[in-house]
Design a protein around this ligand. Structure first.
Ligand SMILES: Nc1ncnc2c1ncn2[C@@H]1O[C@H](COP(=O)(O)OP(=O)(O)OP(=O)(O)O)[C@@H](O)[C@H]1O
Length: 553
């Protein structure tokens, strides 16, 4: 619930103004009912204060209703907007290892389904606030007309809402069940998007996927969805029963209660009929609220960075001058994937390494030996489980991790390509410079650029990697990291990469870390490390492997 508090605190002023307008509107509604009641019950059919007052109050109700509803809507919309931005920022602020452990599908479900349900619940806040105020004002008037009837009405409503609550408790279980199915559904959606080729090429796999995986999840969602909707429908109609029950009780019991005049009865009936809509809306909002609670629980259960540990200031870009650095040192650094505690689990390190500007360092090793884990560790995406990383003597801790990361530009093996090219300043890259690099990377006949936006990223894998290289070039950080960048390049471009592009970066004083299997080019590195089962060993010149088998082993 701290999330709700945090969101409301940001909109305090808007909330207060909206609620004041709401009180005015609700009061005017009840005053008008009272005037009608007085005129009907007295039998003279004249309004106290005359028609002009009635018209003026009706117009004031019209205007204040619009103002209060609009302000409350704005409040709801504002909160939904804040919620979306805040959740995405929290996902980005959560350590990468935790996000990888959760799985991408859970993040998708969070950002679509859960935020949708929370938004829906927050969207109900204006409805609840407005109607609660009308009901409250109506109750004041009912109490003024007859305290006995008010007590009876409140008792019946409490019993009625209690019945709805029982239904809702059952519904909550169904909502939670539904929500679990949504995680599965999004995992299947991921398979449709990312495994589209494999599903299309193999009809048997496609059938297995549709019948055994997606089908059962869709069926279960269908059944739990229908059942929870039925509970919602029953609960809405329960309200009608409750209200007519109250009206019947009031009218039929009036013969046994002394001192209940026609004016009280008419006033009561008019007010209850007036309140029927608001009460139904209030009770009808409860399922949305329950869905919101289930979504909120998902937010709280996910291993995202805690709201209390997350400050927006942390998101500000680093201010330090990243262009000047002299040593990066890793001392006895180790890393273990979270949750992998058994003795056979993969462990990286301990590794020690000093790096200086203008160095070209290659990392080799077989599959699963720890190269990509090292890439994420040295760039600050993973936090070491042991040892220490220092930049110019400054130990890297939580407070300066973002500053540290900002020294790197990386093309990971599973890179993502944005279509906007950014310069080192963070503004969009100069088109002339981008065009020059496009020519250098032999992409000028394929891709154009305008205001830093690339005309397309729909290219071959090798070409997309060249675009990723271009992005890294333009970002122009002091340390470059390439994880198997050349693996998808043709021989000519591979040669250009190792013999022209990398040496050029080194000449410009960049430190360049290259993860590679290309043994033909190992001699170009200033230093070469070989990973074996998570442990790196620096190879002396004479020890450098010369064959493909050694590079892979
Ligand atoms: N997200 C993860 N969670 C848990 N363990 C992981 C995760 N990613 C990798 N591992 C483990 O870490 C080990 C090293 O993986 P890593 O990706 O660093 O290898 P690599 O040397 O880059 O291999 P390749 O050459 O195949 O890319 C693997 O054996 C794997 O068991």
């Amino acid at each position: 619930m701290s999330l709700i508090r945090a969101l409301y605190q940001r909109s305090k002023v808007l909330m207060i103004v909206a609620l004041l307008a709401n009180v005015l509107s609700a009061t005017l509604g009840v005053v008008l009912i009272a005037m009608i009641n007085q005129s009907v019950a007295s039998g003279d059919f004249h309004f106290t204060g005359g028609i002009p007052l009635f018209v003026a109050l009706a117009l004031a109700l019209f205007v204040s209703g619009i103002v209060s509803q609009d302000l409350l809507n704005r409040l709801g919309a504002h909160i939904v907007r804040e919620l979306r931005l805040m959740m995405v920022r929290r996902v980005l602020a959560t350590p990468l290892a935790r996000i990888e452990r959760m799985g991408g599908h859970r993040i998708y479900t969070l950002l679509t389904n859960d935020i949708g349900n929370l938004s829906w619940a927050f969207g109900m806040v204006p409805v609840i606030a407005m109607n609660a105020m009308i009901v409250l004002m109506g109750f004041f008037y009912l109490g003024y007309l007859s305290p006995i009837y008010l007590a009876a009405t409140v008792t019946l409503i409490v019993v009625g809402v209690g019945g709805t609550q029982l239904l809702l408790r059952r519904m909550r279980g169904l909502f939670e069940e539904n929500r679990r199915r949504f995680d599965e559904l999004y995992r299947h959606f991921g398979a449709v998007v990312h495994g589209g080729k494999e599903l299309r090429i193999n009809a048997l796999r496609e059938r297995h996927f549709l019948d055994r995986m997606l089908g059962p999840t869709a069926d279960q969602l269908f059944h739990t969805g229908l059942r929870s909707d039925l509970f919602g429908i029953v609960s809405n109609n329960w309200n009608n029963l409750m209200l007519f029950g109250i009206l019947g009780t009031v009218i039929f019991s009036s013969q046994w209660i002394s001192g209940i005049g026609l004016d009280v009865l008419v006033g009561y009936v008019l007010t209850l009929i007036y309140l029927r809509g608001p009460i139904s809306s209030l009770v009808g909002a409860l399922p949305a609220y329950t869905r919101g609670q289930v979504a909120m629980k998902q937010f709280e259960d996910l291993d995202l960075i805690r709201l209390e540990d997350w400050r927006e200031g942390d998101q500000a870009p680093p201010q330090a001058d990243e262009s000047s650095w002299s040593t990066l040192s890793l001392r006895d650094v180790t890393y273990r994937y979270p949750g992998n505690d058994d003795e056979f689990a993969f462990r990286l390190g301990p590794l020690s390494l000093d790096l200086e500007p203008g160095e070209l360092v290659f990392f080799i090793g077989g599959n699963g030996s720890g190269k990509s884990t090292f890439a994420k560790l040295v760039t600050g995406l993973y936090q070491p489980t042991g040892g220490e990383i220092r930049l110019d003597g400054n130990p890297i801790v939580e407070e300066n991790r973002k500053w540290y990361r900002n020294h790197f530009t990386a093309v990971f093996s599973d890179f993502y390509l944005f279509s906007q090219v950014l310069a080192s300043s963070g503004s969009h890259g100069e088109d002339d410079q981008v065009v020059a690099y496009l020519k250098r990377l032999c992409l000028d006949h394929k891709v154009e650029v305008q205001d830093g936006a690339l005309s397309t990223t729909e290219l071959s894998t090798g070409q997309r990697k060249r675009l990723a290289f271009l992005m890294a070039y333009m970002e122009d950080r002091p340390i470059f990291l390439f994880d198997e960048w050349a693996a998808d390049q043709d021989p000519i471009f591979r040669e250009i990469f190792y013999t022209e592009l990398l040496p050029e970066l080194r000449r410009r004083g960049k430190a360049v870390l290259v993860i590679t299997h290309d043994d033909r080019y190992f001699h170009l590195a200033d230093r070469l490390f070989k990973f074996e089962n998570g442990r790196p060993t620096q190879l002396a010149m004479g020890d450098r492997p010369e064959t493909t088998e050694m590079a892979a082993g």
